[in-house]
Write a protein that binds this ligand. Structure first.
Ligand code: PRP
Length: 177
């Protein structure tokens, strides 16, 4: 692509800042659970990059499983309709579960997922979100571990997409059409 034809992007959180914060989160998370094993549940697709870095920053025993979810369905606004595209591969009963999200925006997705997982009787259920956009919240849900609180702008990169593009960026950028 010709550089002059690129979509207008502004870096909001650079790669170094993300990596530094993810390491801190890993330590906070380990301190919270002590020596207990943690079941990390990545919410696909957006969390894949955050999950990969975060689980490497958590010492000790960590299981990894994934939930496939689609709520934005290609647009830039949440539709409020959460669709499960892939369930967990293993039971979580009696386990310390940490749901890993790239972003909490309206909160509709995470609220739905927490209700769905709660009935499976985990020992504990917490949420780690790289990004929190509280200004857009339509629910009371909060994350236990938050990387960065961001303003009400549409962001891409580090797992977050626009029309499936830009997930590969190592930083978070604001997309302004
Ligand atoms: C995004 C993101 C969260 C959800 C947050 O997923 O990964 O799961 O939206 O939005 P909310 O708080 O307003 O519900 P998306 O549906 O875009 O799918 P993706 O992760 O595959 O990109």
């Amino acid at each position: 692509m010709n550089p002059t034809q690129r979509d207008p992007m502004r870096i909001l959180i650079d790669e170094q800042a993300i990596q530094r914060r993810v390491r801190e989160l890993g330590q906070e998370i380990r301190a919270t659970y002590g020596d207990e094993p943690v079941t990390a549940i990545g919410v696909l697709k957006g969390s894949f990059m955050f999950m990969a870095d975060l689980v490497r920053a958590i010492d000790g025993e960590v299981r990894c499983d994934f939930l496939g979810v689609s709520s934005y369905q290609g647009g830039t606004r949440s539709t409020g309709v959460v669709r499960i595209t892939q369930d967990l591969k293993h039971p979580i009963e009696g386990q310390h579960c940490l749901v890993i999200e790239d972003i909490i925006d309206t909160g509709l997705t995470i609220e739905y997922l927490l209700k769905m997982l709660e009935v499976r009787q985990p020992r504990s259920l917490r949420v780690a979100a790289l990004l929190d956009k509280p200004s857009n919240r339509e629910t009371k849900v909060t994350a236990d571990f938050v990387g960065f609180t961001i303003p009400d702008e549409f962001v891409v990169g580090y797992g977050l997409d626009l029309g499936e593009l830009y997930r590969n960026l190592p930083h978070i950028a604001v997309y302004t059409p």
